[in-house]
Design a protein around this ligand. Sequence first.
Ligand code: CA
Length: 225
Amino acid sequence: MNVLIVEDEKSLASEIAAFLEKEHYLVEMAHTGMEASEKIAVNLYDFILLDLGLPDYDGLDLLREAKEMNHEAAFIIITARGEVSEKVKGLDLGADDYIAKPFSLLELNSRMAAIARRKFGQRTSHINFGQFSLDPLSRKVMCHEREVDLTKKQFDLLHYLLLNKNRALTRMQLYEHIWGNMLGDEYDSNFIDVHIKNLRKKLAEYAPVEWLETVRGVGYRANID
Ligand code: CA
C-alpha cells in the first residue's frame, strides 16, 4: 500500500518514511500543503498522513479538498497535543483517525493496520499459499480457477493455520480455536490429526500440500513465504 506523508518537519517526515518503508509501504513525502495538494490531485494513495500545522496551508482545507475529489485514501491526522478542536473538525470532515505528537511509530503502524483491515479488507485479506488462495470474506478457497470444496470446519482450520503462518500450532490450540474450549479430558489428540488428514486429502486433489507440515512433538504449521 502506498502512503503520502504530509509533514513540514522534514526530519520527522523522513523518520516516518523510513519506518513505513521497512513495513513494506510505498512512501512519498510532501513538505508543504501546496506540494501535497498537487500530489493528491493526481495520485491515488491508500493512506495520507496529514500534519495539520503546515506553514502554507490549513491541513483541514487539504482534507476537505481531497474529500471533495472523492479521494479514497484513509486519512490520519497528525496534531500537536492539545489541539482537540482541530482533531474533532478533522474527524467530522472524514478523517479515519488521528495521532498526537509526539507519537510512537509502532502505534502509528498498528493504527494503520487496523484501518487497513477495516477499510481495505477486501483488497488485502486474500491469503495466498502454495497454488491456493483463501478469501476470508467470501470464505472461498481457490486453486487457480477452481473452487476447493471444503466443509466449514476444514475452512476454519485452514484459515487459522494461515493466519498463524510459519508458526507451529499445537493440536490443543487448533482444537480450542476452532471447536472451542473443552472440558478436562474430553480432548482426544487424534481428533485434530483426523481433521488435518482430511483437509490435506481434500486439498491434494487440487495441488500439492507440502506447505502444510507436521511438526513432530508439537502439531502443525503452514509454511508460507
Ligand atoms: Ca507542522
